[in-house]
Design a protein around this ligand. Structure first.
Ligand SMILES: Cc1cc2nc3c(=O)[nH]c(=O)nc-3n(C[C@H](O)[C@H](O)[C@H](O)COP(=O)(O)O)c2cc1C
Length: 360
C-alpha cells in the first residue's frame, strides 16, 4: 500500500476541526490544545495497548476530552473496525495512538489515512519517521517524548504538539528516568509547540500542578484503565485499585523500559536480573503476548501488568465521563484552594461544529 497516495484532509476549515476566525470578546481565549483538537477540555485519554479501544475513546471524546484508540496491539483490520465504531459512537474529534515499534506500523498508518482520522499521536520511536507523511496528508500530529532532546527532535520534525511523559507513567517509558515534575518545565522551555504533560496525573490537583509547570493540558493513562469503558480485563482493573505506593517498578530497560505491577511475572524478571541474564535470556523470560495475557485476559500472575505509579491513588472503577468531569471539577477546587481562578486555563471551549456554533 502506498500511503502517499491515500486521501488527504483538505487544508482550511473542515468538519469539526474548523477553528474560529477570531475569538469573540466575551469568550476566553481558547486553550491552545482545545483549539488544536476542537475539544472542550484539554484532557487527553492516553492510547494504551489492550485498554483503549473505541468504547473508551468515544466515551472520553463525548465527555469533552480527546479520546485515543491505542493501535499498538491491534491487527490492522481490527483497528479499522475500532475507528469506524468510534466514528459511529461520537460526533466529537478523536485520534489514534501509533507506537512506532510494532510490525504492523505501515498498515496502521495506511488505515488511519484511509479512514480519515484527523489526529495521530505517535510514540516510542523517532518522530521524523512518520510526522512528515502525516503532516503532508493534513493530519494533526503529536509525538510522545521523555526527554528534552526528543522534544526538540519532534518539533523539528513538524509536530503540532508534544506529550512530555515522566518516569512515573505506566507502560513504556524513557531510559533517563526524568520525572514529570522535572521534565515538563524543561520541555516547556525548549519548544514552542503546545505541551501535554503525562505521568502521574489522576485527579484535578495533578492537572493543576502540570498547568503550573507550563503544560497546556494533560494526557491521562492509568486512571482510564480503571474506567467502565476500558477494555482491560475486570480482574486487572480491580488489581489496579489495590496497588499500594511502591507497587510498580520500571524494568526491562535492555529491551524497552516498561513500568509494571510487581506480580509473579515481575519477580521472574527480577530473578533473571539477579543471575545476570543478558538480553537474549530476558527476551525468553518475557516470551510472547505477555501484555495481552495480563491486561486483556486477566492472568494476574503470569501476565505483564503495565500501570503507572499513580495507581496507588486510584481506588475505584468509574465511567469515563465521570473521570473527565471529576478532573475538571477537582481542578477548579484545587485552583480555588490556592487562591487562583482556574477558569482561563480550563474554560470549557465550545468547538464550532455543525450543532455547536460559537456565540455571535
Ligand atoms: C496499560 C497501559 C498501556 C499503555 N500503552 C501505551 C501505548 O500503546 N502507546 C503509548 O504511546 N503509550 C502507552 N502507555 C502510556 C500512556 O499512553 C500514558 O502516557 C501514560 O499512561 C501516562 O501516565 P499515567 O499512567 O501515570 O497516567 C500505556 C500506559 C498504560 C498504563
Amino acid at each position: 500500500m502506498d500511503i502517499n497516495k491515500l486521501p488527504t484532509i483538505p487544508a482550511g476549515p473542515v468538519g469539526y476541526l474548523r477553528r474560529p476566525a477570531h475569538t469573540p470578546v466575551d469568550q476566553p481565549a481558547p486553550n491552545p490544545l482545545c483549539a488544536l483538537f476542537g475539544i472542550r477540555y484539554p484532557i487527553v485519554q492516553a492510547g494504551m495497548i489492550w485498554c483503549s479501544g473505541w468504547r473508551l475513546a468515544a466515551a472520553v471524546s463525548s465527555a469533552g476530552g480527546l479520546g485515543l484508540i491505542g493501535a499498538g496491539s491491534m491487527y490492522p483490520e481490527v483497528l479499522r473496525e475500532h475507528i469506524r465504531k468510534c466514528k459511529a459512537a461520537t460526533d466529537r474529534p478523536f485520534g489514534v495512538n501509533i507506537p512506532l515499534l510494532y510490525a504492523d506500523l505501515d498498515k496502521h498508518v495506511g488505515i488511519v489515512l484511509e479512514e480519515e482520522v484527523p489526529i495521530v499521536f505517535t510514540s516510542a520511536g523517532n518522530p521524523a519517521l512518520l510526522t512528515p507523511r502525516l503532516k503532508a496528508a493534513g493530519r494533526t500530529v503529536v509525538h510522545v517524548v521523555s526527554s528534552v532532546k526528543f522534544a526538540r527532535k519532534a518539533q523539528e520534525a513538524g509536530v503540532d504538539a508534544v506529550v512530555a511523559e515522566g518516569f512515573e507513567a505506566g507502560g513504556h517509558n524513557g531510559r533517563e528516568e526524568t520525572t514529570t515534575l522535572v521534565l515538563v518545565p524543561l520541555v516547556r522551555d525548549a519548544v514552542q509547540v503546545p505541551v501535554i504533560a503525562a505521568g502521574g496525573i489522576a485527579d484535578g490537583r495533578t492537572v493543576l500542578a502540570c498547568m503550573g509547570l507550563g503544560a497546556d493540558g494533560v494526557q491521562v493513562g492509568s486512571r482510564f484503565v480503571c474506567s467502565a469503558e476500558s477494555s482491560a480485563h475486570p480482574a486487572f482493573k480491580e488489581a489496579v485499585t489495590r496497588v499500594e505506593e511502591g507497587g510498580t517498578m520500571l524494568t526491562l530497560k535492555e529491551l524497552a523500559p516498561v513500568r509494571l505491577m510487581r506480580n509473579a511475572f515481575f519477580q521472574e524478571v527480577q530473578a533473571a536480573y539477579a543471575r545476570g541474564a543478558g538480553v537474549d535470556e530476558l527476551k525468553q523470560v518475557l516470551g510472547r503476548a505477555r501484555a495481552k495475557r495480563g491486561m486483556f485476559e486477566g492472568d494476574l500472575d503470569q501476565g505483564e501488568l503495565e500501570i503507572g505509579q499513580v495507581s496507588a491513588a486510584i481506588r475505584n472503577v468509574l465511567p469515563a465521563e465521570r473521570i473527565v468531569q471529576g478532573l475538571v471539577d477537582e481542578f477548579h477546587t484545587a485552583a480555588a484552594r490556592i487562591g487562583l481562578n482556574g477558569r482561563s486555563l480550563m474554560a470549557p471551549w465550545q468547538h464550532p461544529g455543525p450543532d455547536q456554533r460559537l456565540p455571535k
